[in-house]
Design a protein around this ligand. Structure first.
Ligand code: FAD
Length: 401
């Protein structure tokens, strides 16, 4: 056993060793050599962007810098819905952003989902074409509005997907699914669930296979443009005390909810989302991805477990944060929702609770733009980055030189 004096001594020597570590000639010539493009952030958007940039020009030298050991924002911490918009959410979007922008967003998501299917097998990402549903109570405005506008929504969706009558009323499934307190269901047969962790893993493998370097545990603190390129100042626990700087011709920020740290004036509000999952439940009676209350509640089966997230509307102010804790107000609201609607009278155990951080703003559309000479950003994926990321990545790859 160490005593306190030995521990302090060991820590000091250890710390000194790290403070003094210098990059070798070999390291400077390889891992830390100047790049054509540096991408900050290895979530869905960073990884899809790297893939699209490599497909555009295989000769690009690309490095992704990620401050976590794995991506640590939203991409591995979401609900894994492969969806493009429930009826009440689309109608709410018409009010907040207008018809044209709402349909543009649906098209981006739908095309993004097609892109996922193009690159990865169902088995590799546990893609489950289970169908998506929105649940309603009969007295709600959401139901009345969605019912009235169903034909209009279906026509718009047909223009984008080529599929007729995508939204269908399937109330008869409510009792089959064992739900209580819902009066109506609208189904979208094209929606699905997938495994977000596995999607990030296969994306990582794919881009690394194409020669993209992914360095983790490195936080980008600031960047400065010089005549010879853009220089990045970084912080890394392993290289503490060392000036670990990177040079690149172009810089792409894929930092979503955390972008204000590097670009303070950007229109982004961080939004925490909380999720829980149960232990396997015998004879779980529903299968699919589900939304309720304009998407404020979302739930799905993962095998025979129930995954539930949302209830952000119970504490809006509290959830405008980049802090990845969970909190009692939201978790209690989620549990009440399970008992009231999803598993009435059924015993269940919650095995995991977690949160992730989304990026919202005054508008719902993503920000895909140049922010200064050779510096770009592709951020603000709101609550649908699974679908949006592959599409916005193509857009940013086209915009970059
Ligand atoms: C609880 C929850 C549920 C969700 N459910 C769904 C869903 O079912 N379907 C869906 O489509 N979408 C869902 N979303 C939204 C979706 O997950 C996000 O839109 C998407 O993951 C955003 O991807 P991104 O790459 O832009 O951001 P992120 O995944 O957040 O990646 C940004 C990365 O940048 C890194 N980073 C930040 N700053 C720096 C820096 N200075 N230096 C180095 N690295 C940095 C972070 O560590 C992070 O890894 C959900 C989100 C949450 C939180």
């Amino acid at each position: 056993m160490f005593n306190m004096a030995q521990l302090v001594f060991t820590f000091t020597v250890f710390n000194k060793f790290y403070c003094m570590i210098q990059l070798s000639f070999w390291e400077k010539e390889s891992f830390f050599a100047p790049q054509d493009i540096i991408i900050v952030g290895s979530g869905f958007v960073g990884l899809w962007s790297a893939l699209q940039l490599k497909l555009k020009n295989p000769a690009y030298k690309i490095t992704i810098l990620e401050r976590g050991i794995i991506p640590t924002g939203a991409s591995t911490r979401n609900a894994g819905f492969s969806c493009f918009g429930s009826p009440s959410e689309l109608l709410a979007d018409v009010v907040s952003m207008g018809e044209d922008k709402m349909w543009q967003l649906v098209e981006m998501r739908y095309k993004g989902l097609m892109e996922i299917r193009k690159h990865f097998t169902e088995a590799s990402i546990e893609y489950d074409g289970c169908g998506g549903y929105e649940c309603f109570t009969s007295e709600s405005d959401d139901w009345n509005d969605s019912f009235k506008k169903l034909d209009w929504l279906n026509k718009g969706l047909q223009n984008i997907t080529g599929h007729k009558n995508l939204f269908t009323i399937t109330d008869e499934k409510i009792s089959q699914f064992g739900f209580r307190g819902f009066d109506h269901l609208i189904e979208n047969r094209l929606e699905a669930g997938l495994h977000s962790g596995k999607l990030v893993q296969v994306l990582l493998q794919k881009v690394q296979g194409l020669g993209v370097q992914v360095l983790t545990g490195i936080e980008v603190k600031s960047y400065q443009s010089h005549h010879h390129g853009i220089e990045l100042e970084t912080a890394s626990i392993a290289y503490e005390g060392n000036n670990l700087s990177f040079t690149t011709g172009q810089l792409l920020l894929c930092t979503n909810a955390f972008t204000r740290q590097l670009f303070p004036t950007i229109d982004i509000i961080p939004n925490r989302g909380q999720v829980l999952i149960t232990a396997p439940i015998d004879n779980l009676s529903f299968k699919g991805t589900f939304h309720f209350d304009k998407g404020y509640y979302y739930f799905r089966n993962v095998g025979n477990r129930l995954l539930l997230g949302g209830a952000r509307n119970k504490a809006f102010e509290l959830e405008n944060t980049t802090d990845m804790q969970t909190n009692e107000i939201i978790q209690t609201a989620l549990e009440e929702f399970i008992q009231q609607h999803l598993l009435p009278g059924i015993t269940y155990t919650i095995t995991d609770k977690w949160s992730g951080i989304m990026a919202m703003g005054s508008e719902k559309s993503p920000i895909i733009q140049s922010i200064s000479s050779n510096v770009y950003c592709c951020v603000r994926m709101s609550g649908m980055g699974v679908a949006l990321a592959p599409f916005v990545a193509k857009e940013i790859a086209t915009l970059m030189n």
